[in-house]
Design a binder for this molecule. Structure first.
Ligand code: AMP
Length: 224
């Protein structure tokens, strides 16, 4: 099954994707993580993306779409959760063309809803390991020792784009380019909206309900 998880920055897409992978056996495809890895690797793609990301702007559609297509070609038919892709309606349309080419189908799209004031608090207090695998929050989920990952013992960092001056640009990009995806997936009859305000476990319960709904819908459609 292919699932899209979308919503404003700081809605908890990464946290929920990790839970979906751990508990439901999905593979996580985060375009943000792929782009950050490309920057660390100093690849051509990373060089193209870096400036946009540091300024809180979206990376141009064609770069991201190319990257996702390459990734999907390498997938082995396992269930996938897309985190942070698509982020614009043209990306969503390109994804549909890729699905057609590769004979894949969208299982459903889950929108994580979080109010603006909470987004800013969540992003500004977020700290993580440099690879983004372990994520903390200075107030809501602090590590045992300040600035150090409980699991790996490495020093935590603040993402460049989680600094307050960049957060407002990211929120603007979200409302201008990503928010319209809600209407897009509603029109495709495959949207479920979930409140992202509760604890990670509470939100995950709702997200898994949505996934079960999409799974049953898929079975019904196949038998129709
Ligand atoms: P994220 O880790 O999902 O918060 O993404 C961090 C940054 O990566 C975003 O602010 C964008 O600059 C860039 N990015 C990630 N995914 C996309 C995408 N689908 N389209 C355009 N830019 C993206």
């Amino acid at each position: 099954m292919i699932l899209i998880l979308f919503g404003p920055p700081g809605a908890g897409k990464g946290t929920q994707s990790n839970l979906i992978c751990d508990h439901l056996g999905f593979t996580h495809v985060s375009t943000g993580d792929l782009l950050r890895a490309a920057i660390t690797d100093k690849s051509e793609l990373g060089k193209e993306a870096q400036d946009f990301m540091n300024r809180g702007m979206l990376v141009p559609d064609e770069i991201v779409v190319r990257m996702v297509e390459e990734k999907l070609k390498l997938m082995d038919g396992s269930s996938i959760v897309f985190d942070g892709f698509p982020r614009t309606v043209p990306q969503a349309l390109s994804l549909e063309s890729i699905f057609e080419k590769l004979d894949l189908h969208l299982g459903g799209a889950v929108f994580l809803e979080v109010p603006n004031h909470l987004i800013i608090r969540r992003l500004a207090g977020r700290r993580q390991t440099p690879d983004g695998k372990y994520v903390y929050h200075i107030e809501f989920n602090p590590p045992k020792k300040v600035g150090i990952c409980d699991v790996t013992g490495v020093e935590l960092i603040q993402r460049t784009d989680d600094h307050e001056d960049v957060i407002s640009a990211r929120l603007e990009a979200y409302s201008k380019s990503t928010a319209p995806l809600k209407e897009f997936y509603k029109s495709r009859n495959c949207l479920k909206e979930v409140s992202g305000e509760g604890s990670a476990e509470e939100v995950f319960y709702e997200v898994s309900q949505a996934i079960s709904f999409f799974k049953n819908l898929g079975k019904k459609n196949r038998h129709a």
